[in-house]
Design a protein. Structure first.
Length: 568
């Protein structure tokens, strides 16, 4: 198994070591290569070396698998993996070679004209007509967009760019410069970004994007590449801010009354694009998957169920299941569309047994109600079990159930300080429970189950995002001050916001407030857009993620407050 504490930076150090030293003949790649900055590396050997920087020793190849395990791990860290197309014959890694008629040409760079031609031909194969250097007749001043919903957002981005180095006048064209490609049907632009686009001003702009903006590229990866590249074009002095602003306007085309799909971006160094063959069906399918993957919008919503309980003793599994039925029924009557309904941790419990003893009961009960609903709904709830002498639950589980049955099961992997020695933890955040992953998918959106302090673990352990779009945090409970755990502000700031900052995705959380009212301002959905700001200084008003509606539900135990969030 690959150690989960290996980070992107450890991988980069391993690549630098390979650049400086020879690749041992026995460690050369046979099926796949890691492609980075125009060079090709043996993926499994890279992992072995990266472990030296993470855990002070080279990881033996017998300790983990190549292929899917290695490739998926590297992909989650943002690296590109390709099947062997060229054989590495050199002892040191060399720049990628351009293949043409079966031969190679040295000196390939990201400014390769053939790469852009290949992208155009690939787009034509998939979508038909493609227009290059396409002109959108829109203005370049924020004031041109006063009548659009995102005027304030664009104005804020513009001012942030002005304040970067004090260059106030960086717009010298009345209309937006041409886009690289435009696909009339279904209607979206494609931009081919070379390194000069990855600047600090571009990062400033990206971090200022509103939560609901539509992006046809991975924002987190683009921001990270800005940090790594820090490109700078000194002439004219305002060039970086100007380029970042024009890129912003191209990204906002769908928001500016153009009735377009999100602008898709490709990075020139992601792969050697000219190695793709427009006449090869496998290459066309590979390229299509890249484009369509970036055009995908997060489809669905999350309903967070926060409970105000009048008693921390007088509730039962049967009573909680009846309340769950009532709440789900209210949500589905008041809303439409597919989505996830999130209940708190420990919603169900077994004092003397393992949670697995009630899995069948929970599954069958929830399947019964979901089977009567037209929409695709996944209910996620917590199950605690085996309470010890000091009243700690040894087992803390999150379970996701759809009308098809159990979709995912997650066990707590990071304990609260007082729980150490009391809680049976998962081996890692990626290990399976009862053969089930803690990750499930609905309409192309990947959800990750966290139990209570697990969101703290994401940040504290510097865990890499396992390619998920949303974190679901099943928090247990908060009490009045002096009568039990009451740190709800800290949980939102360091748990929800900290995990969102680390993984650059939305985090939704729920809890039970025993014998106290639910704080009106306590957020059950958080999205981090504060850059390098410390979570210690994060405030509720910094959170751009707002619910689209509330549903109060009176139940025998107290009151449930349901907040509805859309995914974008």
């Amino acid at each position: 198994m690959i150690p989960s504490n290996i980070t992107r930076e450890h991988i980069r150090k391993a690549l630098e070591k390979i650049d400086a030293e020879a690749i041992p003949p026995s460690r050369k790649p046979t099926k796949f290569v890691l492609v980075f900055n125009g060079k090709r590396y043996p993926p499994k050997y890279v992992i072995s070396l990266a472990n030296e920087y993470a855990n002070d020793e080279e990881l033996k190849s017998s300790k983990f698998s190549g292929g899917q395990e290695t490739n998926n791990f590297l992909k989650r860290l943002g690296f590109d993996i390709e099947g062997i197309g060229l054989t590495i014959t050199n002892e040191k890694s060399e720049p990628l070679q351009h293949k043409s008629n079966g031969t190679t040409q040295k000196g390939h760079t990201e400014r390769c004209h053939e790469c852009k031609n290949t992208v155009e031909k690939m787009l034509e194969k998939i979508y038909g007509r493609v227009e290059t250097n396409y002109k959108f007749s829109i203005g370049t001043s924020p004031e041109n967009f006063k009548e659009t919903p995102h005027y304030e957002d664009l104005k804020r981005i513009f001012v942030n760019l002005q304040n970067y180095k004090g260059n106030k006048k960086f717009v010298h064209k009345d209309t937006l410069p041409n886009c690289d490609y435009f696909i009339p049907n279904p209607g979206f632009a494609v931009e081919f970004d070379e390194s000069q686009h990855f600047t600090i001003p571009r990062k400033i702009a990206l971090l200022s994007y509103p939560y609901r903006s539509k992006s046809g590229f991975p924002l987190a990866q683009w921001i990270s590449t800005c940090d790594e590249t820090k490109a700078h074009d000194p002439e004219p002095v305002y060039r970086d801010e100007q380029r970042a602003w024009y890129d912003t306007l191209r990204d906002f085309l769908p928001e500016l009354g153009r009735h377009l799909d999100p602008t898709v971006r490709l990075y020139s160094k992601e792969m050697q694009w000219c190695n793709l063959d427009p006449d090869n069906s496998d290459d066309v399918e590979k390229f299509k998957n890249i484009i369509e993957g970036r055009r995908k919008e997060l489809n669905g919503g999350v309903a967070t169920v926060v409970l105000q309980s009048d008693s921390d003793k007088d509730y039962s599994n049967d009573g909680r299941m009846e309340a769950l039925f009532q709440i789900v029924d209210c949500i589905t009557k008041e809303t439409s569309g597919d989505g996830v309904i999130l209940f708190p941790g420990g919603w169900f419990y077994t004092d003397k047994e393992k949670p697995s003893t009630v899995y069948d009961w929970v599954e069958n009960q929830i399947k019964d109600i979901l089977g009567k609903i037209e929409e695709h709904i996944v209910v996620c709830a917590g199950i605690d079990g085996s309470v010890d002498k000091e009243n700690y639950s040894n087992d803390q589980i999150g379970i996701a159930v759809s009308r098809k049955g159990i979709e995912a099961i997650g066990r707590k992997f990071h304990p609260a300080p007082q729980e150490k020695g009391h809680v049976e933890l998962a081996e890692s955040y990626s290990s399976k429970e009862e053969g089930k992953s803690r990750i499930f998918e609905l309409n192309g959106v990947k959800y990750f189950i966290c139990i209570c302090y697990d969101t703290y673990g994401i940040r504290h352990k510097n865990l890499p995002n396992p390619d998920v779009d949303v974190v679901l945090n099943l928090v247990h409970c908060f009490y009045p001050k002096g009568k039990g755990p009451s740190g709800d502000p800290y949980f939102a700031r360091h748990g929800f916001a900290g995990a969102s900052k680390q993984w650059k995705c939305s985090v939704f959380g729920t809890a039970v407030f025993f014998n106290r009212s639910i704080p009106e301002r306590w957020p059950s959905g958080v999205y981090w857009n504060q850059g390098d700001k410390s979570t210690q200084k994060w405030k509720y008003e910094d959170n751009p993620l707002k619910h689209s509606g509330k549903i109060p539900v009176d139940i025998p135990e107290g009151k449930a407050l349901v907040r509805i969030y859309d995914l974008f």
